[in-house]
Design a protein around this ligand. Sequence first.
Ligand code: C2E
Ligand code: MG
Ligand code: MG
Ligand code: MG
Length: 277
Amino acid sequence: RAKQAGRGAFHFYDATLDRRLDDRRQLIRDLRAAIGTPQLALHYQALYAADGRTLNGYEALLRWRHPTRGPIAPVDFIPLAEDSGLIAPLGRWVLDTACAAAAGWPAPLTVAVNLSAAQFSEGDLVEVVQQALAASGLAATRLEVEITESLLLGHTDEVTGTLRALDALGVKIAMDDFGTGYSSLSYLWRFPFHKVKIDRAFTLHLADDAKVRLIVKSIVSLARSLGLRVNAEGVETEAQMRLLQEHGCDELQGFLLARPVPLESLAHPVAADANAS
Ligand code: C2E
Ligand code: MG
Ligand code: MG
Ligand code: MG
């Protein structure tokens, strides 16, 4: 009886899994077709200096509006792109589009682009970046790439050369979601990082957890002593902003200050700021 129930459960699970795989394959086909169409767009989220007013630049965040399913979150389709080989053309499109957008912003505003591990495995990432810079005319120093700790795990040899080459071009390198991955502090000195971005999980608990404040404090002091800048992600409340300012973060990012918006929705930020003050 138990065996039968088990088998029944297995059959049920199997059918579900089958549907999921079909679904996944269809979504990959849809994503391939979406590249280069208005279904895919970049939104830009402002990064502010610690004062919460001085604009440093924007992070480019990919958005997919599926024709029948509506908006699909990056966490749901980036992994598909990574597994299916689509991340190479998609990542190239992101770099080209973000650099072209930033070339239209007043200097020295920067644009930050997220990179996937799979883009490093292609072997031509430095050329792809150089082409994006050359085509847009954007100075390399105004491009920042964001990578996560997990990307460095197990890819260290492969990635080292690429990061050094990007650094040599003048491109800035940020460690994204710091403190959540398979944190190895040695990454901070083995790779040419310019910035760490404290994951928003820490920001979220900052106001109500003294231990989190201690962690943020030590991340800031560690980063400081290594000459790195510190961004805090996910700032949603005034209380969080105040604490992050007190802890000495250099840069703030979050819904309190700005949400990611389409390029057309960005005001001429520097001019607007100058008029306001
Ligand atoms: P990320 O690079 O850590 O990006 C920050 C994420 O936090 C974004 O989610 C942003 O919308 C969200 N966020 C910003 N401020 C707040 C806040 O105050 N509260 C909350 N709750 N969330 C906030 P999004 O756009 O859904 O992107 C998720 C992740 O997908 C990104 O995390 C990044 O890892 C990845 N991703 C996005 N665009 C790209 C891309 O073009 N290429 C690659 N490879 N990955 C991308
Ligand atoms: Mg990021
Ligand atoms: Mg992040
Ligand atoms: Mg994140």
